[in-house]
Design a protein around this ligand. Sequence first.
Ligand SMILES: Nc1ncnc2c1ncn2[C@@H]1O[C@H](COP(=O)(O)OP(=O)(O)OP(=O)(O)O)[C@@H](O)[C@H]1O
Ligand SMILES: [Mg+2]
Length: 278
Amino acid sequence: MLGDRVQPPAEHRPQVEALENGTRLRLSHVHRVFESAAEGRIEAVAGVTLAIEAGECVALLGPSGSGKSTLLRLVAGLDRPDSGSVELDDRDPARAPRSAIGFVFQDAHLLPWRDVLGNVELPLELLGWRVEERRDAAREAIARVGLGDAIRRSPAQLSGGMRMRVSLARALVIRPRLLLLDEPFAALDFQTKLVIESDTARLVRSQHRSVLLITHDIEEAVSLSDRVIVLSRRPTRVRSVYDVELGADRTDMMAARDSHSFTDYVRSIWRDLEVGRT
Ligand SMILES: Nc1ncnc2c1ncn2[C@@H]1O[C@H](COP(=O)(O)OP(=O)(O)OP(=O)(O)O)[C@@H](O)[C@H]1O
Ligand SMILES: [Mg+2]
C-alpha cells in the first residue's frame, strides 16, 4: 500500500482518479456487414461515429435488430469493423488488458457447472488473484447485487433476473475501467431494477468508470446516463444525441425521475424513436 507521503494532496485526488480510472472510447465511421448463407449480405452498422469520455455514462437506444449488440462486440474487441476505427484510450480494444473491460452480455452466459460464487470469481482467477482475495472480492460483489443468500446455488436454480445479477457482479468484480452493459436490467422487476441501477450508478460514478449501456427502456437511459444516443433501424446510424442534464443526484434513480426536465427528455426521445419506425 502507498504511504500518505507519496499520495497526492487530498484535494487533487478525485481528478487524478478520474484521469486514471475511466477510459476514453472513440468510434469513427464504423461499418460492419455480415454474410449469411440464408439471408446473404446483412449490413448491421453503417458509419457510426461516437465518443465517450473518461467517467461518462452513455446509453444507446434503438429498434430491435438494429445493430446495438454488434456495436458493443466491436467496442469489446470481440469483433472487427469492416471499415472505420474503434479506439480505447487511442488503442485497439482487442489489445486492452483483461481487467479493462467488463461486459454484461444480453444473455447471462454463466458456466452451468459453477455456482454463483464460482462464476463471479472466474475473471479474478483468470487474472491470477489468490484464492482468499478473489473469494472476498466475489462475495462482496455478490452481496452488492443482492444475491448474498444464493451464493452456493447453481445457475439452473436461479431466475432470469438473478442470473443477470450474477452476470453484473461478474463484470463489476474486476472494477473495469469500461463497463459494457447489453440490456442488463431488462429481466428485473421495477423495484429491483431501480435499486440495482442506483447501485451500479454509485459504483461507476464514485470510481469514475466509463459505461456504455444498451437499453430499450427510455426512462432507464435518461435516469442513468450523461448522454443518450438514439440509433436508427438497421443498418444503424446515429439518429440523434441528447446531453442529459437533470440537476439531480445521478446515483438516485428516483430523484432523477422526479427532476422537472426528466419527462421532457423521455418525450423527445420517444418521438425520435417513433419517427425512426416509419
Ligand atoms: N455473426 C452474425 N452473423 C450474421 N448476422 C449477424 C451476426 N451478428 C448479428 N447479425 C445480424 O445483424 C443485425 C444486428 O444484430 P444485433 O444483435 O447487433 O442487433 P440488436 O440491435 O442488438 O438487436 P436486439 O435489440 O434485438 O438485441 C441483425 O439483423 C442480426 O441478425
Ligand atoms: Mg442486442
